[in-house]
Ligand binder design. Structure first.
Ligand code: GDP
Ligand code: MG
Length: 597
């Protein structure tokens, strides 16, 4: 055990975490030439294209230092706030963390939030000043920033380039010298932390764990404490680029487990694995069920595809336990599903996977957060509102609560004004302002989560000309004055366009929504009134003017081939229109409320 080191890499997005991981794998020979591929750890196509790590993984390296053989377990963490619980569990499986900071960008919001997570878990922090090869690098200044942040000695900061290989050996040496070897007792009852799981269509769910105490053996009868389920360990092993089956994995080490579990949701990140007959008395603390933060309706473009969509969603859920969905119906869109996501990025990923992997064309409705409503009849009973149309009648409503977050923004001093105005516009209340250096300021706000979902990232980037980074954490529910703004097209209410809006902004947003819909909905053969309403009261109105008569619809001639249905499907996919009553509504219109400015 004294020659094992468990570590993770934490960084703000794009500071070079994945590149550094690759370089470490290269250097230790964990990867053969043939297996080499850029950013190996990001092994889903989507992750690679978007340059983000969605699921965390682990990989083991062998390294000889001063004639001794060391085992280095690198536990990769996802780099996006949508997946922050997974980050916290991966961190809990380590004793040390490489804190990677871009030598041109310096400390950013996720540098700090990840650092706090690492410190909460008592990890040894090794600061790495990455990208020193860049002409725009500011090594002295950024080293000072890091020293200020950590209270460490400048000599502890390792200058590196994950691109050219500068500093890689020093980093490996630091991992061995500075990260403590795991503690833990191999003779105690099994206690292992689940920090990740991956769905494999051929082998079922692979569970990644860190053994804290005891050992896990092939064939052992084991139990997952939080879910209460028991299994047999069909296979255990360590993770090189390929899995290496082993007879047992000991305290301090990291490995994978295969038990024939078929559904991702049976395995919960943060759960404790123990022996079924001789269980540990100590479940590992901090377990929480991951809760979806953002909800949206997903509907097939073609109503006939409903069953196919259900099958596709079920398959997706097998390998993504954080996706939740239940059937819903909309007067406008027919049958579909109300889906819960960890955040907007997760929503986009699911939508994209439905299209790529399952060839589905879907309409996604306006995302919303989950509200708590209370009625006058039962003022203590929570009515969970995951869809604006579920909000109880205004006359019966006692109060509504919405989820709030603590937002942390790091920006340049020059942009403090515009960033503050934006946050205040988004109903934020400033709680703190700290100058990290003369140039760089950290602002913290309490804000409604709903305001982040709506175009916040883009606005923040534009008001700060890209010099702002952002992170957030939920802080609970707070009472809010919310009303439902409905949209009527051609005098017909389109439920899928309803949104819950703060009363003070309802008129303004209702008006902007009408304008936006007018812009997005193609003109048709007749005038289409677009109206926004609160209850029976119309608060805004626009008209989409009819096309002039000479523009006649094109007629399709020629023969009907068997490919016709396919072609139509493709065409629909491209146009992604949905007829509601006699009005054709394009997909963007369902998202219009997100893009009002
Ligand atoms: P991550 O989001 O933290 O995983 O960052 P990546 O590893 O994906 O790196 C983000 C970008 O920075 C990529 O374009 C990398 O090629 C580049 N990059 C990473 N490390 C270095 C470095 O040391 N020097 C330079 N010049 N570019 C780097
Ligand atoms: Mg990455």
């Amino acid at each position: 055990m004294k020659n094992i080191r468990n570590f993770c890499i934490i960084a703000h997005i794009d500071h070079g975490k994945s590149t550094l991981a690759d370089r470490l794998l290269d250097y230790t020979g964990a990867v053969t030439e043939r297996e080499k591929q850029n950013q190996l750890l990001d092994n889903m196509d989507l992750e690679r294209e978007r340059g983000i790590t969605i699921k965390s993984h682990a990989i083991q390296m062998d390294y000889i230092h001063n004639g001794e053989h060391y085992i280095l377990n690198l536990i990769d963490t996802p780099g996006h706030v949508d997946f922050s619980y997974e980050v916290s569990r991966s961190i809990a499986a380590c004793e040390g963390a490489l804190l990677v900071v871009d030598a041109a960008q310096s400390i950013q919001a996720q540098t700090i939030s990840n650092l706090y997570l690492a410190l909460e878990n008592d990890l040894e922090i090794i600061p790495v000043l990455n990208k020193v090869d860049l002409p725009s690098a500011n090594p002295e200044e950024v080293t000072d920033d890091i020293v200020d942040l950590l209270g460490c000695d400048p000599s502890e900061v390792i200058p590196a380039s994950a691109k050219t290989g500068i500093g890689i050996e020093e980093i490996l040496t630091a991992i061995i010298d500075r990260v403590p070897a795991p503690k833990g007792n191999p003779d105690e009852p099994l206690q292992a932390l689940i920090f990740d799981s991956v769905y494999n269509p051929f082998r079922g769910v692979e569970t990644y764990f860190r053994v804290i105490n005891g050992k896990i053996k092939k064939g052992q009868h084991i139990k997952f404490i939080a879910t209460g389920k028991d299994y047999y360990a069909d296979e255990v092993g360590t993770l090189k680029l390929k899995q290496q089956p082993k007879q047992e994995i000991n305290a301090g080490d990291v490995g994978y487990l295969i038990t024939g579990i078929k559904e991702a949701k049976e395995v919960k990140v943060g759960d404790t694995i123990t022996d079924a007959k001789n269980p540990t008395q100590n479940a590992i603390g901090g377990f929480e069920d991951v809760k979806p933060m953002v909800f949206a309706g997903i509907y097939p473009v073609d109503t006939e595809d409903y069953e196919e969509l259900r099958t596709s969603m079920e398959k997706l859920q097998l390998n993504d336990a954080s996706l939740v969905f239940q059937p819903e119906s909309s007067a406008a869109l027919g049958f579909g599903f109300r889906c819960g996501f960890l955040g907007m990025l997760h929503l986009e990923i699911i939508q994209e996977r439905l299209e790529r992997e399952f060839d589905m064309t879907v309409i996604t409705t306006v995302p919303n957060v989950s509200y708590y409503a209370y009625t006058n009849k039962n003022p203590d009973e929570i009515v969970i509102v995951n869809n604006p149309t579920d909000l109880p009648e205004p006359s019966t409503l006692n109060r509504v609560e919405e989820p709030f977050i603590k937002a942390s923004i790091i920006t340049k001093a020059d942009f403090v004004g515009p960033v503050m105005s934006l946050c205040i516009e988004k109903r934020g209340q400033i709680t703190n302002q700290t100058y990290l250096t003369q140039e760089r300021v950290e602002l913290t706000f309490d804000m409604p989560l709903a305001e982040i979902v709506f175009d916040f990232y883009d606005r923040l980037k534009s008001v700060s000309r890209g010099y702002a980074s952002f992170d957030y954490a939920p802080i609970g529910m707070r009472e809010s004055k919310l009303v439902r703004v409905d949209i009527l097209l051609n005098s017909q209410q389109v439920d899928a366009l309803s949104a819950l809006i703060h009363a003070d902004n309802a008129y303004d947003i209702g008006k902007k929504m009408c304008e936006k819909l007018k812009e997005l909905i193609p003109r048709q053969q007749f005038d289409i009134p677009v109206q926004a309403a609160i209850g029976a009261k119309i608060i805004a109105r626009e008209t989409i003017k009819a096309l002039r008569k000479d523009v006649t619809a094109k007629c399709y001639g020629g023969d009907i081939s068997r490919k016709r249905k396919l072609l139509e499907k493709q065409k629909k996919g491209k146009k992604r229109m949905r007829a509601v009553g006699n009005v054709e509504i394009p997909q963007q219109a369902f998202m219009a409320v997100l893009k009002l400015n």
